[in-house]
Design a protein around this ligand. Sequence first.
Ligand code: PGA
Length: 252
Amino acid sequence: MRQQIVAGNWKMNKILEEGLELTRAILEKVEKPSGLVVIAPPYPYLRELGKMLKVRKHFHLAAQNCHQEEKGAYTGEVSADMLASVGCEFVIIGHSERRQYFKEKNEVLAAKVNVTLARGMRPIFCCGEPLHIREVDTHVGYVAKQLKASLFHLKEEDFKKVVIAYEPIWAIGTGRTATSLQAQEMHHAIRVLVAKKYGKIVADATPILYGGSCNAQNAADLFSQPDVDGGLIGGASLKAEDFAAIVAAMKK
Ligand code: PGA
């Protein structure tokens, strides 16, 4: 079976003490996950949380973003090198909030993917369409463009480290989840695109996560779809009980 992954993206939530408490509670509630559990806290707590996660099998640390340049005069930014040096193994790249509020375009995201891989970390690359695209039924083409522009320049050996997260923008933080069939249709379409570029073996091994109002109630249904390999979780990753239930919903 493909690698299954549940990743929690805390976004800009929780102060340090709350983050540590949440992590303790998650570690307590999750016993033997059937896949990888990834936690993406805000930058200032990466190191401390990383130490807590490191001692537990299957738990991994992620950053929510990184800068595309290696280093230099970019006040307020954080490089891939820095993230790797505090123990990050994954970096979320191209989240729709970064695309929307920080105007990150496909080309910049391709550069972020490159620096992440160059530092030995795995990108969790987010793609997904806004509502008006879904309504005119051009979502597959829209997502295909995102993948081609930011991922398909990679050599096969690098692409193999990529995790894709399909997150329809109309479902993020809205309580409006894609149905499991909508998710499966899109995940399958993504896998076909990957197969066309890198071949079936690589496509079959690429984890494709679903994100967008995934919660303790709907996770099992979404994850039961053949091409859904886990989830990227926002709101529901902020409550240990809910997050643990989502982790437990991973395919066995
Ligand atoms: P949500 O966010 O689970 O709160 O919808 C998902 C995400 O943005 O990754």
